[in-house]
Design a protein around this ligand. Structure first.
Ligand code: ANZ
Ligand code: ZN
Length: 787
């Protein structure tokens, strides 16, 4: 049975941090546990090595990005090894290795052949100060450059895209395979990101003209409430529809809007002051044949839908604001269920019952939605459409530390893909990193000048590189076959190991990486490189590590260096603390006392081992053995169940209790306590592998503990012995309690306090304390007992 345990590979930015420790400790516990339960476990690691930080370091320190990256990889590798993470280092990959990125280029060519990689002019963030394109992440919320604070502009540049939108529906539908194994909130985030909306396109004829305007709406049910049309200023009809007397006003308005950057446009469209001008033209309502005015407005965006909308002020707040401002009619057509019509003070955007809509009156609006489209369909005035918010993936970056895009531009033949046999297109060394101007690669003559493979004439090489998210979209498959020089990976290996059984990583990747990788997986399936719809069957998103209530970050100065903790207390303490301090999905507050506590627990375990091994007690059957065996096997069962549901903190809490039980055991050193110790160490092993391995050897084993099978709880011992204990209130026996001998103190307290005979003597408020004498009695002391 295989188990592919994957952790999100790190960006080698310098030093390993607590987030890495948490992520990789979780992955390692699972890998080691699964291995002990008999699985064939794959647990690889690599480096997401391309990207901006390396380029910025190169600018700052005047060194090659590669030098910087390789140094960081070496440092982080040393940390991970010191943490005892059980990676298969023979599969290590770095995305900046030509052996890796040549396959990025190969994938690009396959997609290019299918028409799924294409070039198009598109607006990108551009800083006039630094003379360079910026990634979205480098633009502040105020639309300024992160480096020089200039206002960022949008500039139209030819860009490469991948047609991820061809998979919009698959990406949604295939969530069905993930509902069991993925966090609900990640699925929801993806769903919103993909943003499927079902609606219709409806045609409005223009009165007195031989033309029509098509609008996109998600609410055809509100059609009878449409009181005007609104076109985007860039709409092809915006000027041609104008009546002569309105023309100057319209042209002025359009000029004013055109001067705004597209970001300013979008911000304005969202704000309350919605601006517009009347064209003088009227549209004919497709159901009532009434004439409604056609306006031009800045809140209508050309790149969305058809660039035109039917405005329903009563049921869309934007239209409502606009209608109020320009004194346009407001007509309500949907009434909230069980209510009476009242004058609207704001738009009612919900569902309800149809009114003022002729034959549709009284119908639920949900139903009218379909009925209205059906009716219009008959006269070919509407068609149902499905739209997605997801846009094609912009993959070109004007950056030098990335995968060169394998494309040539020949003066005669145009755009020509680099022939596959010439891959990889190597990234040249020594690019002039200045952070200014276009990609540094464009300034490297030897790189740019190329020969056209078709006409042997001179050609120019593409100098953009691929978004690094391409690198991380398929690395999980490369691990399976990292040395393959014929194909990215073999079909057979993919068949054996995929899908990934457990993926562990940060929630911040919910929408980008995890959507891109799912898209790539489907693409690879359609290229017959692998089978199956999804790459990651189960996903665990670990929470943040915080200190003083906020996420550890350099800028806040609240960073605790894992390597200092490891140096002071050892890796096992660091791992165990981080797994014990909080459930894996929740954020974890760093606490020095918590670390101390974990360290003390490990020391206590060590001393227990010494006491058991040093004890000269001759093997004898001890009296309460049944009870101890029950406790022991319950622990095995509980820890196993907890590991299965990633509840590492409660599993560790069980181990604490088992250590206590062993200390309390009357004849430390006999066969049974040795057996208890043996199980304790096996259960502890995935969490604290170093100490476990050491104690295992002390117990006389010569083979690694991780080759040992995971302990099984024996049902025979799980049967709890029932004992009877006296229940006292203020020292007087009032009744007796029948309870399992393995019950915890809390359990005994709880049951004792709820006994009817006891309630006669106490109230919830009067209980001062409860004393439990194991196996013998409970004494409930009330607050007023002295009086
Ligand atoms: C009429 C209507 C009535 C609308 C109603 C909404 C509520 P989502 O849901 O975000 O996809 N719209 C259409 N094209 C637009 C454009 N180019 N720029 C700005 N807004 C546009 O949005 C779809 C809704 O946005 C459409 O449905 C349309 O207004 C508007 F009670 O049509 B609706
Ligand atoms: Zn050519």
């Amino acid at each position: 049975k295989k188990f592919y345990c994957l952790v999100m590979f790190p960006y080698p930015s310098g030093k390993a941090h607590m987030g890495h420790l948490r992520n990789y400790a979780i992955g390692d516990v699972l890998a080691r546990y699964k291995r002990m339960t008999g699985y064939d476990v794959l647990h690889p690691i690599g480096w997401d090595a391309f990207g901006l930080p390396a380029e910025n370091a190169a600018i700052k320190h005047k060194i090659e990005p590669e030098t910087w990256i390789r140094e960081n990889i070496a440092a982080m590798k040393k940390s991970f090894k010191s943490w005892g993470v059980s990676y298969d280092w023979s599969r290590e990959i770095a995305t900046c290795d030509p052996e890796y990125y040549r396959w990025n280029q190969w994938f690009f060519l396959q997609l290019y052949k299918k028409g799924s990689a294409y070039r198009k002019k598109s607006p990108v963030n551009f800083c006039p100060g630094c003379q360079t394109v910026l990634a979205n992440e480098q633009v502040s919320a105020e639309q300024t450059c992160w480096r020089c604070d200039s206002e960022v502009l949008l500039k139209d540049i030819e860009q490469w895209f991948l047609k991820i939108t061809a998979y919009s529906d698959d990406l949604l539908q295939d969530h069905a395979h993930l509902t069991q194994g993925w966090p609900e909130r990640v699925l929801t985030m993806q769903k919103n990101w993909i943003g499927k909306s079902e609606g219709a396109e409806i045609d409005f004829e223009i009165s007195g003209e031989n033309s029509k305007v098509t609008v996109f709406t998600t609410r055809p049910d509100t059609l009878l409430g449409a009181t005007f049309l609104a076109l985007a200023p860039e709409h092809p009809f915006s000027i041609s529809l104008c009546t002569p007397e309105n023309k100057t006003g319209v042209e002025k308005f359009i000029q004013r809007i055109k001067r705004l950057t597209s970001i300013q446009r979008k911000t304005k469209a969202l704000s309350a002051d919605k601006d517009g001008v009347f064209t003088g033209a009227y549209a004919i309502h497709p159901l009532t044949s009434e004439k409604i005015p056609v306006w031009i407005s800045d809140y209508v965006l050309m790149e969305y839908g058809t660039g035109a909308l039917m405005a329903v002020p009563a049921h869309d707040q934007r239209d409502f604001d606009f209608a109020k401002h320009h004194q346009l009619p407001i007509k309500q057509v949907i009434l909230p269920a069980n209510s009476k019509p009242e004058k609207l003070t704001k738009a009612f955007e919900g569902e309800g019952i149809m009114i003022n809509s002729g034959p549709f009156d009284g119908m639920p609006s949900q139903e009218a939605k379909h009925k209205i489209v059906e009716q219009l369909k008959k006269s070919e005035k509407a068609k149902p459409v499905i739209r997605y918010r997801l846009k094609d993936w912009l993959i070109s970056r004007q950056r030098a530390w990335g995968t060169p895009i394998p494309i040539l531009y020949c003066t005669k033949c145009g755009t020509i893909p680099v022939p596959e046999k010439e891959l990889p297109v190597l990234l040249p060394k020594g690019a002039p990193y200045t952070g200014k101007g276009e990609s540094p690669l464009a300034q490297m003559k030897n790189f740019v000048q190329a020969t056209c493979p078709r006409c042997q004439g001179s050609a120019r090489r593409e100098t953009d590189t691929l978004d690094t998210f391409v690198d991380s979209s398929w690395y999980y498959a490369r691990y399976l076959d990292p040395k393959n020089t014929e194909t990215p990976f073999s079909f057979k290996k993919a068949k054996t190991w995929l899908p990934v059984d457990q993926y562990v990583g940060g929630i911040e990747h919910a929408c980008m990486h995890l959507i891109y990788a799912r898209f790539f997986h489907k693409t690879m399936r359609d290229l017959n490189l692998l089978s199956g719809p999804e790459p990651f069957i189960r996903l665990l998103c670990q929470g943040m590590v915080t200190l003083g209530g906020s996420a550890m970050s350099k800028s806040k100065g609240n960073v605790v260096d894992p390597d200092i903790i490891v140096g002071k207390y050892g890796a096992d303490t660091a791992r165990l603390f981080i797994l014990f301090a909080a459930p894996p999905e929740q954020s974890l507050e760093w606490s020095d006392e918590g670390v101390e506590g974990t360290w003390r627990f490990l020391n206590r375990t060590w001393r227990l081992t010494e006491q058991i091994l040093d004890s000269k007690i001759s093997p004898t059957a001890s009296v309460p053995s049944k009870e101890f065996l029950c406790k022991l096997h319950q622990t095995i069962r509980k820890v196993t169940q907890d590991l299965e549901r990633f509840s590492f903190n409660t599993a560790i809490a069980e181990l604490h209790k088992l250590v206590n039980a062993l200390y309390a055991y009357p004849t430390l050193g006999d066969d049974l306590s040795r057996e208890g110790l043996r199980y304790l160490i096996l259960l502890l092993a995935p969490f604290a592998p170093h100490l476990a391995e050491e104690i295992w050897e002390k117990l006389g084993h010569s083979q690694s503990i991780f080759k040992e099978p995971w302990p099984q709880s024996n049902p025979e011992y799980l049967v709890e012995e029932e004992i009877q204990i006296a229940v006292q209130v203020n020292g007087k026996v009032r009744t007796h309690l029948k309870i399992s001998s393995a019950s915890s103190e809390e359990e005994i307290q709880k049951q004792a306090l709820s006994l009817e005979k006891v309630r006669e003597w106490i109230t919830d408020q009067s209980v001062h304390k409860v004393v439990v004498v194991p196996r013998r009695l409970v004494n409930i002391v009330t607050a007023n007992s002295r009086k």
